[in-house]
Design a protein around this ligand. Structure first.
Ligand code: ATP
Ligand code: MG
Length: 562
């Protein structure tokens, strides 16, 4: 456990400290990328508990992804020690599930209700056709709820029962919401029910990073916080600890035409001398763009580790760059393939972040069912997952009449066991927690931050992350902003695309490269492309333009190290 009290706030800058130690009541923290939102939020909770005698069990911290919830929990453990366990930390779905479990009867659900998996949902949908009441009652007959209902049902429940509202308000007297710019209507309503208008609600986020309107998020709730909550206090965090000055300047200029933050400012905390400008590479083709990425990665990792033998420093900074320091970001998943191919051909290891849900992977549903049926078994879940995998594999190994094994394949089952093991380990022996995380969308944990590999991510998946070196590829009109051929983008859609561009640029710490190809195949036909209009907002003086493709050099890492 770290030192608490004043020592604890010493690790924050002046404005972070103001935010962390603000008195109770509604508090909105408007904080740009890299300004330390998670650090501020966790220190605020720790400060309130350690200094102002707030009970950890009165605190509820809500995030949008399970990954973010785990990160928050981990940091709180570090700051508060064992009492951090008493803070409720979770996603909106997890919060809704808790409320429903505690009030299953009132919600008209049996005590043992479960969340429908994809197969169960699909079956109910087929049977119910267009009739959405029929759909729900089919699920109910099987003691199932739909994932979306994890938030809508608690809202209905609380709306109808003021006593229940008061009970929860008494239990969670301090509420913290991360990434508040991403709340949707139902989540917002749940928050309003849980927090009185003058309650201790602390919302933190950045309207300029609102990128989820396509799934119902509405940045409007962020913008009208002070109308919704009485005498709301506003704190702005503008000091960016992540990016070099040129990267930050480019990002601020890029967002300016659509910024939702009055007087958007990001002041670089890092004032390293002689930092590189933003690299810009106009490629003739997608292949040439991929080649540029390969060559540059090769130079940065191979070249720098070579040079570091002499000096250990370049550009005034440590040169210990490795593949894990590098990310390639793109707008659409389809852009990954040529980059992955080119890196792989050059023997550069890659890992692709997956947003796939675990429960959608073949074999996972069968294992989950097996676990549920064998629910009474005790012992660590990881071992039980292995056992269930064996049972499922044996069942499917029974040959069918034509000699082939049945449809859900043994190798699928093996890989499903591998995919489920990290989640099972995290859940210890709590089968309920394991199954509900699976049902509420636990993702395939393919990304290992320590893996010695270049990371490939969509811009959406890159949110919240940071890398010393970032390539932003395909910065072309039609991809950024994304547009279907023949369609006219509306103003709001373009603004959201610009925010996505801003999210991408601000992932970079030391080196940022943007590239665009002059020709690209999209929707089945190759066409001419022009650079993204978003680049026009950036001062050309911030770019270092790289020329045409240079001849490839030998890329045998073993040889080059001699
Ligand atoms: P994003 O909007 O991109 O999610 P964020 O506001 O959540 O950004 P963080 O990831 O929390 O930013 O912080 C960015 C980096 O700055 C991290 O490496 C963090 O450790 C560092 N940082 C934050 N505050 C400070 C501080 N007061 N002193 C030193 N480093 C800091
Ligand atoms: Mg963050």
């Amino acid at each position: 456990m770290e030192e608490v009290g004043t020592g604890l706030l010493d690790r924050l800058d002046a404005m972070q400290r103001v935010a962390a130690s603000a008195p109770g009541g509604p508090l909105l923290i408007v904080a740009g990328p890299g300004t330390g939102k998670t650090r501020t939020l966790t220190h605020r909770i720790a400060y309130l508990c350690a200094e102002l005698n707030v009970f950890p069990e009165h605190c509820l911290a809500i995030t949008f992804t399970r990954r973010a919830a785990e990160e928050l929990r981990h940091r709180l453990d570090g700051l508060l020690g064992p009492v951090a366990e008493d803070v409720t930390v979770g996603t909106f779905h997890a919060l809704g599930l808790t409320i429903l479990r505690e009030n299953a009867d009132a919600a008209g659900l049996p005590a043992g209700f479960r969340i429908a998996d994809d197969a169960e949902r699909a079956a109910a949908r087929t049977e119910a056709g267009d009739d959405s009441a029929a759909y729900t009652s089919l699920l109910r007959k099987q003691d199932l709820v739909d994932l979306d209902e994890l938030v809508t049902l608690p809202v209905e429940l609380l709306r109808a029962d003021r006593t229940l509202v008061e009970r929860y308000r008494d239990r969670w007297r301090w509420i913290f919401v991360d990434e508040y710019q991403d709340v949707d209507e139902v989540q917002y309503e749940l928050l309003r029910l849980l927090s009185p208008a003058d309650g201790n609600l602390c919302a933190i986020g950045d309207p300029d990073q609102a990128i989820y309107s396509f799934r119902g998020a509405d940045v409007g709730y962020f913008l009208r916080f002070s109308e919704d909550f009485t005498d709301a206090r506003l704190v702005r965090l503008n000091r960016n600890y992540r990016s070099s000055a040129p990267i930050l300047a480019a990002a601020v200029q890029a967002i300016a035409p659509s910024s939702l933050v009055r007087g958007r400012r990001l002041d670089p905390a890092r004032l390293d001398p002689e930092v590189p400008l933003v690299g810009r590479y106009p490629a003739a083709s997608v292949a040439e763009e991929a080649d540029f990425v390969v060559r540059t990665v090769d130079d940065l990792v191979g070249g720098l580790s070579h040079r570091s033998l002499d000096s250990g420093r370049i550009d005034g900074r440590s040169t210990s760059l490795s593949f894990s320091d590098i990310a390639v970001l793109y707008r659409t998943d389809a852009q990954a393939a040529p980059i992955v191919d080119a890196l792989t051909r050059a023997n550069i290891p890659v890992q692709k972040r997956s947003h796939d849900r675990l429960r959608d992977r073949p074999g996972v549903a069968a294992i989950a069912r097996e676990l549920r049926h064998a629910g009474g078994l005790a012992g660590p879940l990881a071992a039980r997952v292995r056992l269930a995998g064996q049972v499922v594999a044996e069942r499917f190994a029974v040959p069918t009449l034509d000699g082939a094994s049945s449809a859900v394949r043994p190798e699928d089952v093996r890989s499903a066991v591998d995919l489920l093991t990290p989640l099972a380990r995290r859940c210890g022996d709590d089968l309920e927690a394991f199954l509900s995380q699976l049902a509420t969308g636990a993702e395939v944990d393919a990304l290992d931050p320590r893996a010695e590999a270049v990371t490939l991510l969509t811009l959406h998946a890159a949110k919240g992350l940071e890398f010393p070196v970032v390539f932003l590829v395909g910065v072309e009109d039609g991809l950024l902003p994304l547009r279907w051929p023949g369609s006219t983008p509306d103003e709001d859609a373009v603004a959201e695309e610009r925010r996505l561009f801003f999210v991408g640029l601000t992932r970079a710490q030391d080196r940022l490269y943007v590239s665009h190809a002059a020709r690209r195949t999209r929707h089945g036909s190759e066409r001419d492309c022009t650079p993204s209009p978003f680049l026009g907002a950036i001062d050309p003086g911030l770019f270092e333009r790289f020329g045409e493709a240079e001849p490839r050099r030998p890329r045998d890492r073993q040889l080059r190290l001699i």
